[in-house]
Design a protein around this ligand. Sequence first.
Ligand code: PBG
Length: 325
Amino acid sequence: MYKPVIRPRRLRQSAAMRRQVRELNVHPNELILPAFVREGLSEPQEISSLPGIYQHTLDSIRRVVNEAAEAGVGGIMLFGVPEQRDAVGSGATDPEGILNRAIRVVAEEAGDAITVQADLCLDEFTDHGHCGVLDSRGRVDNDATLESYNEMAVAQAEAGAQILGLSGMMDGQIAAARDTLDDAGHEDTILLAYSAKYASAFYGPFREAVDSQLQGDRRTYQMDPANRREGLLEAHIDIEEGADIVMVKPAMSYLDVLADVSAAAEVPVWAYQVSGEYAMIQAAAQNGWIERERAIAESIVSIRRAGADAVLTYFATEYAQSLRW
Ligand code: PBG
């Protein structure tokens, strides 16, 4: 009988031994919870394609903040769902727009327990659902959109957002926002660049979450899923423009891009486990096809392992509660 000399199984013999040699432990602080606040809502409303996730009122979002903070979650990323939309997304720049109001409420509730982050993009606020304003031929006008993003940046910083998540994939958005914020005295506001953001089918449930009006798709500004090298290019550009943190999104189908960016970047690298990734796990678990808690843990560990320093995930609070520290 052949007797192996090298036996990696030695270190897998018991739970205590496996824990002892584990290369990576996820800490609750490395999780960020995305959350939705909807204008004109009287009761929180569950999003059917994101079971367990709700559109919140300006009041019920306070509970979400407290639960997350209690569980040790590092931050909360806010999305606004307005009642009215128009071609230029006026609700995004209006200090009384739903997202800016939500930021004020959350900043007050959060104190220093959890970081306050806001999505900086026009798609929730435009009646055509695109991430920018359109030119006379109906194309997303990059440079005109930057003007709106700059205004949004100042409004969000003034409302109390500490980290602005620029998710619109317009060229120059980081440099433009940095310049505008600095001029307005917001030198300390942090810019999170959704650097490598792919045109993904996995954003499906998010469309319901924000009542998206989008016709068509975002392929003229979000990236082609086939492009790995371009992910690195986008991250380099954003870092050069002054991004404090860069992000790869979605997460699970882009772990190679995440590993590349994490190896190359000198700033923190985050990843977003998006709505469709959450929905797939929930749906399979509801059918009894996968073990829910194990699948959640495995998916988040794999995103961390590939190089994300922190993970935006709709499982943030629940998963943080399950971690022992
Ligand atoms: C843009 C934005 C989107 C998501 C986060 N920020 C939608 C999109 O780009 O189409 C998707 C997040 C998710 O699917 O969970 N405001």
